[in-house]
Design a protein around this ligand. Structure first.
Ligand code: DX5
Ligand code: ZN
Length: 218
């Protein structure tokens, strides 16, 4: 299993000073930044667009891990990759050609990922696992930061991790929603290697310690 990686979620940063907040993250030695993209349809909220990503790109060397919560992700892939996304994860729930969209992400030079909601069964993502670099298992219903972790997802991460070993696949397994030191430990024991944290990270009074504790989990 990959060593644990902490990925702060920009949604929980101060939206009037994103560049400063992400520069501070980079100074801590963090490597990835999670950027949530919402459309007000697939999820009942709005967040950032391609312009935000493009404006931040020259200011940061962080690996931009985009989480698209869009009904029509296929129509925005190119805009976000041109803007500077390094990885683009798309949800499995809306109806569109998921396989083709994953291939499109890769052909445009970014890493593709597949995302599933807490109540979406793992069977829905199995066909896509050989073609993705990351699987994102939502541990809250997407749309808002600051919600409570859904324990019932742990069985599913364990199942996805087992499938990964059985089929010698090497995608990362990421969780997002309600991640703090306690819930991250539970996820770690259920096969997870990549931990998105919004509120718990940004509200932590010792971000260095938070980072160290996540990344030193066995
Ligand atoms: C929710 C987003 C998350 C959000 C997590 O839809 O996908 O990335 O920022 O926030 P916390 O860690 O506060 O639950
Ligand atoms: Zn997210």
């Amino acid at each position: 299993m990959e060593s644990p990686l902490l990925v702060p979620s920009m949604l929980a940063a101060d939206h009037t000073r994103l560049a400063e907040d992400i520069a501070a993250i980079e100074r801590l030695g963090i490597k990835w930044l999670h950027i949530d993209i919402m459309d007000g349809h697939f999820v009942p909220n709005l967040s950032f667009g391609p312009q935000t990503v493009a404006d931040l790109r020259p200011k940061s060397k962080l690996f931009f891990d985009l989480h698209l919560m869009l009904e029509n992700s296929q129509e925005y892939i190119e805009a976000f990759i041109s803007a500077g996304a390094d990885q683009v994860s798309i949800h499995v729930e809306p109806s569109y050609d998921i396989g083709a969209t994953i291939e499109r992400v890769r052909s445009l030079g970014a890493k593709p990922g597949i995302v599933l909601n807490p109540r979406t069964d793992a069977s829905h993502i199995l066909p896509f696992l050989p073609s993705v670099d990351i699987v994102l298992a939502m541990t809250v219903q997407p749309g808002f930061g600051g919600q409570s972790f859904d324990d019932s997802v742990l069985e599913k991460t364990k199942q996805i991790d087992a499938y990964r070993s059985e089929h010698s696949l090497n995608f990362r397994l990421e969780v997002d929603g309600g991640i703090n030191l306690d819930t991250a430990r539970k996820c770690r024991n259920h096969g997870v290697d990549t931990f998105v944290a919004g509120s718990a990270f940004f509200k932590s009074d010792d971000q260095t310690k938070f980072l160290r504790e996540i990344e030193s989990m066995p």
